[in-house]
Design a protein around this ligand. Structure first.
Ligand code: ATP
Ligand code: MG
Length: 407
């Protein structure tokens, strides 16, 4: 069996092996290597106890933040880039107190115990270059499931989800990222246990959901989440039409969240995202796009593009056109007009107006709110007719307006 892994990981396996311990690449890193995908992180499982691992790597840079769970992180390097490798002692998880955290972990000498505590068969394999056989330890038919592209719990799915409900979201996230199916028994159990998600912290839900939403197979995975009442406990308002729109959008988190919340009011959308602890930046960008969802798209593409830019700025303008296109509105003309307006350098904000507040004061406008109002009127005029953006024409406009009673 051929597994691609960084030289630094091979060296770590080698050092543990030479010190007399078993050591394997395990879990997601093995799963992804077997699929030919670059793993998110590298995990090694070993028979060495944590203090023994520390001894083997006493001359290396290590982190011991995970020591309580038997994890030592070796801060290796690969091609000059930092490569943290997590080395964890074979362990059994104790009782689960709160559907997420084992109250205690017990170290074990048996890799079988370690693999049995892992969530899905495709994440419960280990491989070592030192054998026996081809080096693969696959006690739960993970390789068959990998070939058949199926996410299936190790053991009885209901029990596994009751121990840790976050696994429910991981199942759909893997389905989304790897374009796998979920085994029917695993799905049925997810449906039964979905309400346990209320015990999972918002941050963890947010992390899994964020990865699911931007994954290549997001539509299929989120459709399953909706069918299995899993989405109901996270984003209850989302409809099938909104999920279907994801395919037409680039994998940008805030854009895809805006699609999922497309029928919500601005306040409801912001509340839903706040509750899940999305960042202020994400919430702001979703709001900016949704705020423009009913913005009139007029016949004149260039003029509409400038109005959109003035109203929301470039990102919101691009986002809302992508969104409205994903929901079936023809927006191509506006998108190219947006690009052209940028290329020409059309003025669409106060900063690019040929006159500023100082200039107005110099023309005799009294300092105060009237200056701001006049600048905005000038910007409106320039949006309608970009050629007006020079000092002379704007000065002339100001002089005609300055004594108007409704300015
Ligand atoms: P990714 O790194 O892409 O998020 P992963 O499967 O590697 O996916 P990690 O969180 O890195 O996920 O965990 C590494 C391994 O630890 C998993 O492959 C799995 O074997 C095990 N694991 C992680 N979380 C759980 C869990 N909640 N329950 C049981 N086993 C888990
Ligand atoms: Mg991982």
């Amino acid at each position: 069996m051929h597994i691609e892994y960084p030289h630094a990981v091979g060296e770590i396996l080698d050092r543990l092996h030479r010190a007399g311990y078993e050591a394997h690449i395990v879990g997601g890193s093995l799963r992804d290597s077997m699929l030919g995908r670059p793993p998110h992180d590298w995990d090694v499982t070993t028979s060495a106890l944590p203090e023994q691992t520390l001894e083997v790597f006493s001359s290396s840079r290590t982190l011991t933040t995970g020591l309580k769970h038997g994890t030592i992180t070796v801060l290796a390097e690969e091609n000059g880039e930092p490569l943290p490798v997590e080395i964890t002692t074979y362990r059994i998880d104790g009782e689960y107190a709160d559907a997420r955290h084992p109250t205690e972990v017990t170290f074990t000498r048996s890799i079988a115990d370690d693999l049995a505590r892992r969530d899905f068969t495709v994440c419960a394999m280990a491989w070592s270059p030192y054998g026996p056989g081809d080096g693969l330890v696959d006690l739960f038919c993970g390789r068959d499931d990998l070939d058949a592209r199926i996410i299936r719990c190790v053991g009885e799915p209901k029990l596994r989800f009751r121990e840790d409900a976050l696994r429910i979201l991981r199942a759909y996230r893997f389905a989304a990222e790897l374009s796998f199916d979920i085994d029917p028994a695993t799905r049925a159990a997810a449906n039964l246990c979905a309400e346990l998600l209320s015990r999972i912290s918002a941050e963890r839900i947010c992390a899994e959901l964020s990865r699911t939403v931007v994954a290549p197979n997001a539509v299929r995975a989120m459709t399953m989440m909706a069918e299995d009442s899993v989405l109901a406990s996270i984003l209850p308002s989302v409809t099938h039409a909104e999920i279907a729109a994801l395919d037409a959008l680039p994998p940008i988190l805030s854009l895809r969240l805006a699609a999922l919340l497309h029928h919500e009011s601005l306040t409801q959308a912001a509340d839903a995202l706040l509750k899940l602890r999305f960042s202020n930046e994400v919430i702001r960008r979703v709001g900016a796009a949704l705020a423009l969802r009913d913005f009139p798209l007029g016949e004149d593409h260039a003029l509409t593009a400038r109005r959109l830019l003035r109203e929301g700025g470039l990102t919101a303008a691009e986002d809302v056109l992508a969104l409205r296109s994903a929901f079936g509105e023809p927006t191509e003309g506006y998108s190219s007009a947006l690009g052209q307006a940028r290329e020409r350098g059309d003025c669409t904000d106060l900063a690019h107006l040929a006159l500023n507040g100082q200039d107005l004061a110099a023309l005799g406008i009294p300092r105060g709110p009237i200056i701001g109002r006049l600048l905005n009127h000038l910007l409106d005029a320039v949006i309608e007719e970009p050629a007006r953006n020079d000092r002379e024409q704007l000065t002339a406009l100001v002089l005609t307006w300055k004594d108007a009673p409704n300015i």
